[in-house]
Design a protein around this ligand. Sequence first.
Ligand SMILES: *Cc1c(COP(=O)(O)O)cnc(C)c1O
Length: 381
Amino acid sequence: MSTGSRYTGLIEHYRDRLPVSADTRVISLGEGNTPLVQLENIPREIGKDIELYIKYEGLNPTGSFKDRGMTMAVTRAVEEGSRAVLCASTGNTSAAAAAYAARAGITAFVIIPEGKIALGKLAQAMIHGAVVLQIKGNFDVGMRLVKEVASEAPVTVVNSINPYRLQGQKTAAFEIVDELGRAPDYHCLPVGNAGNITAHWIGYCEYAHHDEGEVTAACGFCEGASCAYGGRGVTDTRPVMVGYQAAGAAPFMRGAMVDHPETVATAIRIGHPQSWDKAWKVREESGGWFDECSDEEILAAQKLLTSREGIFCEPASATSVAGALRDIQSGKIPEGSTVVCTLTGHGLKDPDTAIKQCEGAMQTVDAELDAVKDAILKHLA
Ligand SMILES: *Cc1c(COP(=O)(O)O)cnc(C)c1O
């Protein structure tokens, strides 16, 4: 626990549930503790009696949930004497790796797909001083290269195959239960590599543990052994986990890897998910499901959140809301439910896609009182 009441990041806050010791030098930027915002206008407009929340992960220090995993991964990398971290990234992992490496005083190498990374994310990786390696290949190719090079160079991989990433990310589930007093009935997430949906399930399971030895198969740390967190549960409830992929990058729906994933939601433009088996275990253990959303649905949900609720997330994030709204409307998620949708990244990450969605939203007027007044009155008429 931190001294006083100042919030100093998720490792300090959940120290007794994370793989750190009293001597660990914590590399933190104050991540976590993100707002759980109840949507007001959208449920009313669709006429459904639903308690619908978004977990606004875009308000983490570098603008995405990746910070939760990165504080843990970089903290452990430094503790183990590593001088450099390496990741493949669709953008947000590279932004987080670059920032936390800067904080720690080590080097970040990031491999990104040429031309397919949102502008804000690229700016972050570069300004924090990461060594940015653009490849003529997509994320999946980058991930393969990372795994290959990691055995030949003195670097720590900080993609979500690094188990500390999931340990950091599980704290989002803790925060939700701490705030609601119980787990939601449904938790909806966008799915790329499926690390985050796995991490949330680990968190929910740990918080629901009451008996020593009760384990979740999806949790890499608990698997096959008794759980380190057994007997310290704080709730009896766990949610149904629902994962949505972009239709052009939906290997879970195809039942096979996708070699040429395409979607406007670049953060989940992934055809070879690294946590394939874990994600299916999460689905099975939680009684959940996977589904897919078209790019049109994703962009419509992004616009709905910005225009009706004042919440700006990046396209990939809106996938959770696009899918949840469809399942709420069809009754698959029944009325009376409490639903949390994770909004994984901030809208400012991808300004190009946002502006493209708003054609005609800007008018040019003369710099004169009459012209401005006319424009206002015309709009209000
Ligand atoms: C990384 C990321 C995802 C996908 O998370 P996975 O753990 O790979 O499933 C979704 N949205 C955003 C904004 C991301 O940065």
